[in-house]
Design a protein around this ligand. Structure first.
Ligand SMILES: C[S@@+](CC[C@H](N)C(=O)[O-])C[C@H]1O[C@@H](n2cnc3c(N)ncnc32)[C@H](O)[C@@H]1O
Length: 301
């Protein structure tokens, strides 16, 4: 049997798309592996609601309903549970069982869809992405459910709103959002540049990263998540440590770094022919930032 990456939090169709196989193949995989989908569905709801309760101990059932998207009855039922009350039958197993090596969520992947799904499974309680501030042509969402809100500074597709409208969203309302800014500065590092994929200067790149982190922070509710893709840039002998800058600015804005995923590039980069001075970048990052419930207290001096 082919080893597949199976995500118990996703539908069978989504698992099929993610693995590039048919729905029938996923069904067969589930059957052959003895995975209990019904058990996993209940377990997923239980963990999502418990996580939301833990993060928002003062929230009522109606507030948790709004956050999670489950019905009020479901929320009330699961909020009352102290422990998960069901057991698997002995011949079955759960896709959430991390003792099985192919269920383990790894920090490194060569697929951004796999990384986005891993983040969904671990952190995003309502099980889908809510808002993409840099939608572009939506490559991120080829294998998974589209976000509810799509923005871009230069919208290219119908249904994608100008980024200026994102600034008008009510503050503190998003549960999660995604940012993926260009990595190229015009004239350096690459000859192929356009407004979708590049900045005019280093200063513009750093300023935009900071402004977008601040936008996400304002629009997220406490306990919300910003998923930000970024990478360091190098050209000639110079290195721009954009990822370090992003983490630093996120900390200063009030985020906590919950997790860090590394996307490894499969592409064979062309050799420019000259002597190599620094390591060629074959990776980018997906940072998972968390808007803390309470800001750090200030130390009195
Ligand atoms: C790397 S692409 C995003 C790709 C997208 N994640 C996808 O999956 O298709 C970067 C996006 O950032 C947008 N962008 C460019 N300059 C920007 C700026 N100054 N502020 C905000 N977004 C900008 C571009 O329009 C582009 O759509």
């Amino acid at each position: 049997m082919k080893e597949l990456s199976y995500y118990p939090n996703l539908s069978i169709a989504e698992n099929a798309r993610l693995n590039g196989v048919s729905i029938a193949t996923i069904r067969k995989y589930i059957q052959d592996s003895g995975i209990d989908r019904k058990f996993d569905e209940i377990y997923k709801i239980f963990t999502n609601i418990k996580r939301l309760q833990e993060q928002n101990p003062e929230y009522t059932a109606s507030q948790i309903k709004r956050l999670s998207g489950y019905s009020l009855n479901t929320v009330k039922k699961y909020m009352k549970m102290v422990e998960f009350p069901y057991c698997l039958s002995p011949e079955k197993y759960s896709g959430f069982d991390l003792q099985k090596s192919n269920n383990i969520i790894k920090s490194v992947s060569n697929s951004q869809t796999v990384i986005l799904n891993s983040i969904l499974q671990l952190y995003i309680n309502n099980n889908h992405y809510e808002c993409d501030f840099t939608y572009s042509i939506g490559v991120f969402w080829k294998g998974i459910r589209q976000p509810d809100l799509k923005f871009d500074k230069y919208p290219q597709l119908e249904g994608v709103k100008p980024l200026s409208e994102a600034f008008l969203l009510p503050d503190g309302t998003l549960h999660n959002c995604v940012i993926d800014l260009p990595y190229i500065v015009q004239g350096i590092g690459s000859k192929i540049t356009d407004r979708f994929t590049s900045f005019n200067s280093e200063e513009e790149m750093f300023d935009t990263n900071r402004e977008m982190i601040e936008l996400a922070y304002r629009k997220l509710m406490k306990g919300g998540y910003l998923v930000m893709k970024t990478m360091d840039v190098s050209y000639s002998m110079k290195q721009l440590w954009v990822s370090d800058y992003v983490v630093q600015k996120a900390f200063e804005t009030g985020f906590e770094l919950k997790d860090k995923f590394i996307l490894v590039s499969n592409k064979r980069l062309l050799n420019s022919g000259g002597k190599q001075h620094i390591a060629r970048k074959y990776h980018s990052y997906f940072f998972v930032f968390y808007k803390k419930q309470k800001p750090d207290c200030q130390i009195l001096i």
